[in-house]
Design a binder for this molecule. Structure first.
Ligand code: AMP
Ligand code: MN
Ligand code: MN
Ligand code: MN
Length: 280
């Protein structure tokens, strides 16, 4: 099964519409797809319809920003009811601080000689409630402050660098519950990307499970083969199902295209097997 259960549209920080993503995914051989915009499910109806039009099966999706042990962790939700008010209200609250955060980011960038970043980032924003660091990164490349987005995140917008504004997102418990109360499955996104100690990572997986989380991304665009092998072991250790997703954002920025991922390692339960009755 070519499942790709993680990507972003213009409804968050991707550059393609849900329809363009669906066409690209189907063209790359994806059979089961989910659009997982950050803290937002406004694209779900369009994505489901576009999946159908392109002959793909579909699972509802989102990627919720969570603060755990002082770090930002991303929790992917799959197969939940997109009309559930607990999810809708929870995501609205999670998006709430982005505007003020963006203005502070711009103020910091102005202090290091990069004026106009708020307005500049806004030009790339498709959803006014979802201004993100990715939109600032595109502006910083546009004005020549950096050559590409990886360089932006090395020099700006990250802890200790200009333009970094710490932010408190949803709690792990709330995010997992919004997903599971709506009949979906919560998945820890790209676990290798967090700067946790072994103890903190163990706490993340333990607490995630205790709150009802059931999956982990093993194969993702941001894992190396060694990292996938490592988190296949973690999935087995914690009895979690395994997910697979490119985390595709843009043809110009993403190194892993939709559907172009290695298969899940042997011996894991694919998360979509647990979601069979949620697939549309
Ligand atoms: P935000 O939710 O506003 O904090 O923005 C987070 C987004 O920034 C992520 O979803 C990625 O799309 C992007 N991002 C964060 N770190 C990096 C990085 N090192 N390289 C490229 N993109 C990044
Ligand atoms: Mn993103
Ligand atoms: Mn993420
Ligand atoms: Mn993502």
């Amino acid at each position: 099964m070519n499942a790709d259960l993680h990507c972003h549209s213009v409804v968050s920080d991707g550059t393609l519409t849900p329809e363009e993503l669906a066409e690209r995914a189907a063209g790359n051989g994806v059979e089961l797809w989910a659009l997982t915009d950050h803290d937002e499910i406004g694209g779900q109806h369009r994505a489901a319809a576009a999946a159908r039009a392109n002959g793909m099966k579909y699972l509802t999706g989102t990627e919720i920003s969570v603060t755990f042990a002082g770090e930002t962790v991303h929790i992917v939700g799959l197969g939940f009811d997109a009309g559930d008010t607990r999810m809708l209200e929870g995501l609205t609250a999670t998006r709430g601080g982005r505007e003020a955060r963006a203005r502070e980011m711009a103020a910091q960038l102005a202090q290091v000689g990069i004026p106009g970043a708020y307005e500049g980032a806004l030009k790339y924003v498709g959803n006014p409630e979802l201004i993100s660091r990715t939109h600032f990164a595109r502006f910083l490349v546009e004005v020549g402050a950096c050559k590409d987005t990886p360089e932006v995140f090395r020099k700006y917008l990250t802890e200790g660098k200009p333009g970094y504004v710490p932010h408190r997102w949803a709690s792990l418990k709330d995010a997992v519950q919004w997903i599971t109360l709506g009949g979906g499955i919560a998945v820890i996104a790209h676990p290798a990307r967090y700067k946790f100690t072994a103890n903190e990572e163990y706490a993340l997986f333990s607490e995630f499970k205790a709150h009802g989380g059931r999956g982990v991304e093993v194969v993702t665009g941001s894992h190396t083969a060694a990292e996938a092998t490592r988190y296949a072991g973690t999935a087995k250790e914690f009895g979690l199902a395994a997910s697979r997703g490119s985390d595709f954002h843009s043809p110009d920025e993403s190194h892993t295209d939709l559907g172009k991922l290695p298969p899940l390692p042997e011996g894991l339960t694919p998360v979509w097997e647990l979601l069979a009755d949620r697939i549309r």
